[in-house]
Design a protein around this ligand. Sequence first.
Ligand code: TXA
Ligand code: MG
Length: 331
Amino acid sequence: MIVSLDEATEKLKRGEAVALPTETVYGLAAVINQESAVRSIFSIKERPFFDPLIVHISKLEQVHELTTGWGSLCQSLSQKFWPGPLTFVVPKTDQVSSLITSGLTTVGIRMPSHPLALEVLRRVGIPLAAPSANKFGKTSPTLASHVESEFLGEVPVLDGGPCAVGLESTVLWVSEEKKQIAVLRKGAVLLSQITETLSADKVPFTVVEMLDRKESPGHMKHHYMPAVPFVLVHGLRPIDFLDQLRSQIQKLPKEVEGVQIAQSQFQKVIQLDLSGDAALASREFYGKLREAVLKGADGIYFEVPKDWIHNEDFEALLERMHKAASLQFHF
Ligand code: TXA
Ligand code: MG
């Protein structure tokens, strides 16, 4: 159900969940200071409690209510990239419930740049927890109509048009104490831009790998999956490609890490057509997956162009494609 700015604000204040546009993807938002509001996000999304939520703010001062770990690293990077698609994972204060952080001592914080998201945040006056507005494990919405179809019109949605970025934010773990940073999820803000910014500001840091699953939850193998199988193809497709596809797909498990793997006969297989430009292709990806399903596809495949490999601009998109894929072929 599409709602107005006033209605969205009122509902959020009352503790209801409302889907909001951001520049990355649509988020399913709720105020962080009402436990029942936060709980409703998990139940609407059918999301497990071990996957923490990102908290959204509209004013820099709000970080101090939420974290004790804000120092020169976060200052430098937020000045450069906020508002925008960068989430900081930093130590939380008591004002952030462990329901939001899945029991972790850290919280993800982001200031989105979409004007409607900022306006709602200002009007509500309380930070909003908001994961992407899709069922758990599924494709993130980049249009209001995607949210409508995902939740069968039952969730209030504020329509802010198409999302400009189209992929979820870069998630950066930051330890001001250790002067360390780690990218937990790739996004439009690149690691090279992050390191250049810190170097230009003369802030000392080291980049580390975060391999501990406890520290970086929500990084399941399968995620962002469309309603029908998505297949990634590397190299040149052989003539009997579709036969190979059909026989391989029979061998797939029905579920991986709690995410249903779509089954299919591969009768109507659609090849995904994306722009060659990284920013455009990223903006198009989730929407084109949904379009293919609406056109009646029971399988979707995409041939990864050679020049996308080892190109930082395409890393976030390829990461999403790998997780969205039920199958990959290397020819
Ligand atoms: O662009 C975005 O980030 C969108 C829009 C709505 O802001 N939100 C989004 O939220 O993608 P979600 O819930 O789909 O992804 C949040 C992910 C979690 O799955 C987890 O990987 C990471 O962010 N995260 C959040 N809090 C964390 C924490 N304290 N420690 C480690 N990772 C965290
Ligand atoms: Mg998500």
